[in-house]
Design a protein around this ligand. Structure first.
Ligand code: ADP
Ligand code: MG
Length: 344
């Protein structure tokens, strides 16, 4: 029997579910495989992800949140309901669920997420936005009158926010994140070697030897691709120095945006950030050297949050506790919540 509070991170790359008292109980890719002709759902999550790039013509593998917007409404609903039902099992207790959504999604899409979560069995649903959840999950007390900068780099979007008193004072979201790193790697290898590698291979290179700051001891890795001249499969050896070149552009776009957000930050909060540093969360932030380049470019100490891939779901789960903490003092709670919701 589990407790009735649940936090869901509906991310562009993966969905995570946290149940109070149990921890993270689900972590699956945000992918759905559908039969093109009958519209029947064939697989959801990890099983569907394994089909990417390998499906026959009748199967369509969809990443419904890929660029931080809900590109496919129905499929998002199907996926969310599937995951909620999977963790709820046959329990008869209706949980309270907080869902964290990418910050670029519209009010209509937010409502769709809310309805789908209700339909899946929630007693009460809260929809919260990524940087707030990321901040709570990385251990920042968002209710303090003290500025914190959070940079959440997911698959499809990077969210940068300065948070104080429960709200984002300055925020910015851009569609350059982990997935673009993969795309840049594919492009670089294609231009340099005339070899086309797949998305999964690009991600493998990024995770294993990728770097955005010169490594003192360069690494290398073999990767298979298709030679675009001969049409035949080829194996090439790629070095971390080549990946450094390939990743320069998306890295600089993220850094420029961080600088812009700092410029827009009121002086008192900016000095808090200089003192406390920048906190990075999300899977994209795991690329080697990102903390170092951001520190060099801004002069501000930058740290990767502990367990950066889980910050958002933990923060979403904790959000319900915040909510409980203020239950006795509704006024304070509503002040904070209204700030959270006014934030767009
Ligand atoms: P979202 O919140 O959008 O679902 P995540 O926070 O799960 O995204 O991050 C997904 C991104 O993180 C993907 O682009 C993935 O390739 C990247 N990623 C995951 N682990 C690493 C790693 N060790 N090094 C570099 N990138 C990583
Ligand atoms: Mg995320």
């Amino acid at each position: 029997m589990f407790s009735s509070d649940i936090g869901i991170d509906l991310g562009t790359s993966s969905v995570l579910i946290y149940i109070k008292g149990q921890g993270i109980v689900l972590k699956e890719p945000s992918v759905v495989a559908i039969d093109r002709y009958t519209n029947e759902v064939i697989a959801v999550g990890e099983k569907a992800r394994q089909m990417i790039g390998k499906t026959p013509a009748n199967i369509n593998v969809i990443r419904p949140l890929r660029e931080g917007v809900i590109s496919d409404y129905n499929v998002t609903e199907i996926m969310l309901k599937y995951f909620i039902k999977k963790v709820l099992g046959k329990s008869s207790r209706r949980p309270r669920i907080a869902v964290c959504v990418p910050s670029e999604i519209t009010e209509v899409e937010k409502k769709a997420v809310k309805d789908a979560t209700k339909d899946a069995g929630a007693r009460e649903v809260f929809v919260i936005e990524e940087p707030i959840a990321a901040a709570i999950g990385s251990g920042i007390d968002i209710t303090r009158a003290c500025g914190s900068m959070i940079v959440d780099i997911g698959g499809g979007t990077t969210d940068i926010a300065v948070i104080s008193l429960g709200g984002a004072v300055v925020k910015s979201s851009l569609k350059i994140a982990g997935d673009n790193f993969d795309e840049s790697i594919i492009k670089y290898i294609k231009n340099k070697y005339n070899i086309l590698i797949g998305e999964k291979s690009a991600e493998d290179l990024k995770v294993n030897i990728g770097t955005v700051y010169k490594r003192s001891a360069p690494l290398n890795m073999d990767i298979r691709g298709k030679n675009l001249v001969t049409g035949l499969p080829n194996t090439i050896n790629i070095t971390s120095e080549e990946l450094y070149e390939a990743l320069k552009i998306p890295t600089n776009v993220i850094i420029d945006r961080i600088r812009k957000v700092l410029e827009q930050t009121p002086p008192e909060l900016a000095s808090d950030i200089y003192e406390r540093g920048i906190v990075m969360t999300g899977g994209g932030a795991l690329i080697y050297g990102l903390d170092k380049v951001i520190k060099e470019a801004t002069g501000i100490n930058t740290v990767l949050a502990e367990d950066s891939l889980s910050c958002v779901v933990l923060g979403t789960g904790k959000y319900i506790e915040y909510n409980k903490k203020f239950e006795k003092d509704k006024n304070v709670f509503f002040q904070i919540i209204s700030k959270l919701f006014k934030w767009r």
